[in-house]
Each structure stands twice: as structure tokens, then as C-alpha cells.
Ligand binder design. Structure first.
Ligand SMILES: Nc1ncnc2c1ncn2[C@@H]1O[C@H](COP(=O)(O)OP(=O)(O)OP(=O)(O)O)[C@@H](O)[C@H]1O
Ligand SMILES: [Mg+2]
Length: 495
């Protein structure tokens, strides 16, 4: 219907060029005194009617085409979000949040406007040009000839100009990314900015990004082609983890996890090397080592947050290479308390369940085990209390206890605790530890901790240094030999 309205608009828009002849011609040929007033009247009425029809067609095409544009963008936005949420972690490390946010906001808005222009261009304006050129040939071939010389020159100049403008537009849009990024960083880091009196510096930085020469002319189509390039580049991003999704789900874990890594690097520098360890079902494994030794990296490979390349080694669960099984069935069997506590701007309950369909009783049970029940019940809205963005309304230890409850409620056979109790005081830690111990009977657990009291009871402790496992044994074995672990332990014991 939009297209019909456009064609009608073109028709009504070109018609005056033909009709006007009947108004002008009598003046030229016959002399004023002989003109019949009545014919002028009808031409006038005709022109008014034409403009009314033209207006209606214009409204119709605008309304319908804008609706179409909005619908297209709506679908594209959903599709893009679906793409984004399944992309591997490594993608989020190489893209800044500003760039990603702008794909969804400015870029899509620019494309939305351009959908209208790029459809109206060929469908509405092009037929008009053809019709008007025909009228011109018919009326005055001289005028047509002049036009034929001028048109290519104009087309050449417009082409040059739009290429130039595209470069400028591309720079401008990259600046927008930087602006959005600075803004999100400032909002997230406002406490540090204030405590270090960084306000003026940040203002200066923002002004610098927001300045310069790059204003140019906002040629919608050149901007839109860049925006479309950026949006579809994200849409084309390959997701090997999902693409290689095999239909075999990982059966319920019951034997062992075998980790064999010859070399692993995020980019160029080796982070893990010569690692070979087997974690039997039902065991508790402790990972200790100095900061940056690769503990978090090692455990992050198990749920495939990062993928080992074929030549880098493999991780097998009950003999299944984790790269060959359905990634969702793998992740279903692993509960993680990440080193950095992550809460959503939602209620405590939803932060604990994280989308799992579980009853209130289970939520409260998990909270009791995570030693969180007490503080939650003191909150005005209890489990329905909103925690604010990133959980800003809770203390560090409170946040951590919620993330422990979240891992416990998942009731997965493999539990990974990366510094899960580091923000708790000794008494709370002991309680959480006891609760976890009670739950651990049918669970395989990997615990990373700097506080050695946390992992003393592990069945086996691995000591990591510079990406390698340099010592292993029980706490007793390690402290009774001349080990690096023992030195670690003595330093803590002294303090
Ligand atoms: N996403 C990443 N990209 C590149 N390098 C990374 C990334 N994450 C960690 N690294 C690097 O890998 C090394 C190991 O980091 P990892 O987080 O595994 O250490 P860790 O033993 O957990 O340390 P900590 O005890 O401080 O938590 C570090 O040198 C770190 O700089
Ligand atoms: Mg770590």
C-alpha cells in the first residue's frame, strides 16, 4: 500500500507539469481578450484537486513507510540482541560497551531513517524523474540536452562529495562510541572519580572527544551505510561455540574431569602451560597460588567461557571432550561463584534463582546455607527487595552471600568457587563453609582461595605458579614438606 501511495504521489506530483500547459498556452497564442474565463476556472479547480490528492498520497506513503521502517528496526533490534547474548566472552573483551550500546541505539536509529529514504528514492523519486524528462523531451529538446550535460556532472560531484562525507561520518560515529563509552565508565566509576578529584580531568577528556571539525553534513544515506555496516558486522559475527553445537548432550557427571593443557593464551602471552590433572567425582580440589598465576583462567575453561584450541589441549568430562558436547548441557552441570560478584538490578529472589523455576522454600533453604537468610529478613521487603544496579544497596559480603546462594540453588554436580568467601568475616565464612561441606557430599568442587583456612580440608590442593601446577598434595602433606605452599601458609599464620 505504501508503494501504491508513492506511485500515486509521483503521478500527482508530475501532473501539474503537463496541466500547466493549458494555462500558459492560450496566453501565448491567442491573446488575452479571447480567453474563456471558464476554462481557467476548471484548470484552477483541477490543480487544487491535484494538490489535495497529492497531499493524501504523501501522508499515506509517509505513514506506511515509517511504520515499515519501525517494524524492520524492531525486528533487527531483537535479532541483534539474540545474537549478542549468545556471543562468546572473548567478543565482549574486544568490544567496548560504548560501541555495543551504540549499535543498538544511534546506529539503528540512523538506519531507521534511511529505510524511508532508500525506499522512497527509487520508488517515488525515480519514476518522477523519468516522467519529467519525458515531458521535457516532448516540450523542449534543447532544455533536455542542457539537462543531459548537467546531470552527469552533478552525479559525479555528488558521488565525490558523498565519499568524502562518508569518511567524516565514519569518524564522527566512532567518536560517538567513545563518548558513550566515557559516559558509561564515568557513571560506573563515579566514586573513584570523586575520591581522586578526577572531575576536571574527566570533563576535559569528555570535551576533547566531544570537540572538532567532524561535524560535516549529516548526509543520511552515507551515515546509514556505515551504521548498517556496523550493525551487520555484529550480526555476521561467528559464534563457534554455538555453531559447533552438537546434538549429544553431556550425560550426568559421575566419573572424573580430566584437564590436559599444553599451552593456553588469551592473546599472545601464555597464561597456562603443562597442566595435567584429573579431578575425580565427589572430590574437593583446592587451587592456590599468587595473583595472576592462572587459577581463574583454569576454572573458566571448564564451562567453556573460553575455548581451548585443538593444539592447546583438552578438557574431558567422563571421557567426553567438552568441545564436542552441547554447551548448554555442559553449563547446566556447573555452578559457579565468580571472583567478581555480579548482581542484576532485580529482587533478591530473582538474583538467587537466576531464571530457575524454584519454589520459595528452596530459595530460603539456599539462603540459609549461604548464611544470607538473616540479613535478607532484616530488609524492608525481604526477598522482594530490589538490590539496585549491580546490587549497590548491599555490602560486599551480602552480595557475595547472594551469589553463593545462587550457586547452591542450581544444585549442579560440579561447583566452582572462585574466591567465593573472600568478602566474608571469619565467622560468616566458617558458617558458609560448613553449609557447603554438608552439601558437598554428592558434589565435585573446585575452590580457589587466598585464605588457606578455606581450602585446608580439600582432598587435594594444587599450587599454581606462572600458569603451571608446581606442587600438589593434601594440606598435611604440603605443610610437612619444604614446599612453597608451606611458605604461603607460614606467612598467613604469622599474620
Ligand atoms: N580476558 C583476559 N585477556 C587477557 N589476559 C587475561 C585475561 N584474563 C586474565 N588475563 C591474564 O592472565 C593471567 C592469569 O589471570 P587469572 O585471572 O587466571 O589469575 P588468577 O590466578 O585468578 O589471579 P587472582 O588470584 O588475582 O584472581 C594474568 O596475567 C592476567 O593478566
Ligand atoms: Mg582469579
Amino acid at each position: 500500500m505504501g508503494i501504491i501511495c508513492m506511485l500515486l504521489f509521483s503521478f500527482f506530483n508530475t501532473l501539474p507539469a503537463i496541466v500547466i500547459k493549458y494555462l500558459i498556452d492560450p496566453l501565448q497564442t491567442e491573446g488575452t481578450e479571447k480567453i474563456e474565463v471558464i476554462s481557467f476556472f476548471w484548470v484552477g479547480v483541477g490543480i487544487i484537486a491535484l494538490f489535495i490528492f497529492k497531499g493524501l498520497a504523501y501522508f499515506g506513503q509517509n505513514y506506511l513507510m515509517n511504520t515499515l521502517g519501525q517494524q524492520l528496526i524492531h525486528d533487527l533490534r531483537n535479532r541483534l540482541f539474540h545474537k549478542l547474548i549468545y556471543l562468546p566472552l572473548s567478543y565482549f573483551h574486544k568490544m567496548t560497551s560504548g560501541r555495543l550500546i551504540n549499535r543498538f541505539t544511534t546506529d539503528l536509529n540512523i538506519i531507521e531513517q534511511a529505510v524511508f529514504i532508500s525506499i522512497t528514492g527509487p520508488l517515488r523519486d525515480f519514476p518522477q524523474v523519468i516522467i519529467l524528462l519525458c515531458v521535457m523531451v516532448y516540450r523542449s529538446w534543447q532544455l533536455f540536452l542542457i539537462m543531459m550535460i548537467a546531470l552527469p556532472i552533478a552525479a559525479f560531484l555528488i558521488g565525490r562529495f558523498s565519499r568524502m562525507n562518508k569518511t567524516i561520518a565514519s569518524h564522527r560515529m566512532m567518536k560517538y562510541d567513545d563518548l558513550t563509552n566515557t559516559l558509561t565508565e564515568v557513571i560506573n566509576g563515579i566514586r573513584i572519580i570523586k575520591s581522586f578529584n578526577m572531575e576536571e580531568k574527566e570533563v576535559q577528556k569528555f570535551n576533547d572527544i566531544n570537540a572538532r571539525k567532524l561535524n560535516g553534513i549529516g548526509l543520511k544515506l552515507s551515515e546509514a551505510s556505515i551504521a548498517a555496516y556496523r550493525v551487520f558486522k555484529l550480526d555476521d559475527e561467528r559464534n563457534l561455540i554455538i555453531e559447533n553445537r552438537k546434538s549429544t548432550p553431556l550425560p550426568l557427571f559421575e566419573k572424573q574431569i580430566e584437564i590436559n593443557i599444553s599451552n593456553f593464551a588469551y592473546e599472545d602471552t601464555t597464561v597456562l602451560k603443562n597442566i595435567s590433572l584429573t579431578i575425580p567425582f565427589n572430590q574437593t580440589v583446592g587451587l592456590v597460588g599468587s595473583t595472576g598465576s592462572g587459577k581463574s583462567t583454569l576454572v573458566n575453561l571448564i564451562p567453556r567461557f573460553y575455548d581451548l584450541k585443538a593444539q592447546e589441549g583438552s578438557i574431558k568430562i567422563d571421557g567426553y571432550d567438552i568441545r564436542d558436547v552441547d554447551v548448554f548441557s555442559l553449563r547446566r552441570q556447573i555452578a559457579v561463584v565468580t571472583q567478581e560478584t555480579i548482581l542484576f538490578n532485580d529482587t533478591i529472589r530473582n538474583n538467587i534463582t537466576c531464571g530457575l523455576e524454584v519454589g520459595t522454600e528452596k530459595v530460603e533453604q539456599a539462603a540459609v546455607h549461604a548464611y544470607a537468610q538473616e540479613f535478607i529478613e532484616r530488609l524492608p521487603d525481604g526477598y522482594d527487595q530490589y538490590v539496585g544496579e549491580k546490587g549497590y544497596s548491599l555490602s560486599g559480603g551480602e552480595k557475595q552471600r547472594i551469589s553463593i546462594a545462587r550457586a547452591l540453588i542450581k544444585d549442579a554436580p560440579i561447583l566452582i568457587l572462585d574466591e567465593a568467601t573472600s568478602h566474608l568475616d571469619n565467622k560468616s565464612e566458617l558458617k558458609v563453609q560448613q553449609a557447603i561441606d554438608n552439601l558437598l557430599s554428592k558434589r565435585t568442587t573446585i575452590i580457589i582461595a587466598h585464605r588457606l583456612s578455606t581450602i585446608k580440608k580439600a582432598d587435594i590442593i594444587y599450587f599454581m605458579k606462572d600458569g603451571e601446577i608446581v606442587e600438589s598434595g593434601t594440606h598435611q602433606e604440603l605443610v610437612s614438606s619444604d614446599s612453597q605452599y608451606r611458605k604461603y601458609y607460614e606467612i598467613q599464620f604469622e599474620s
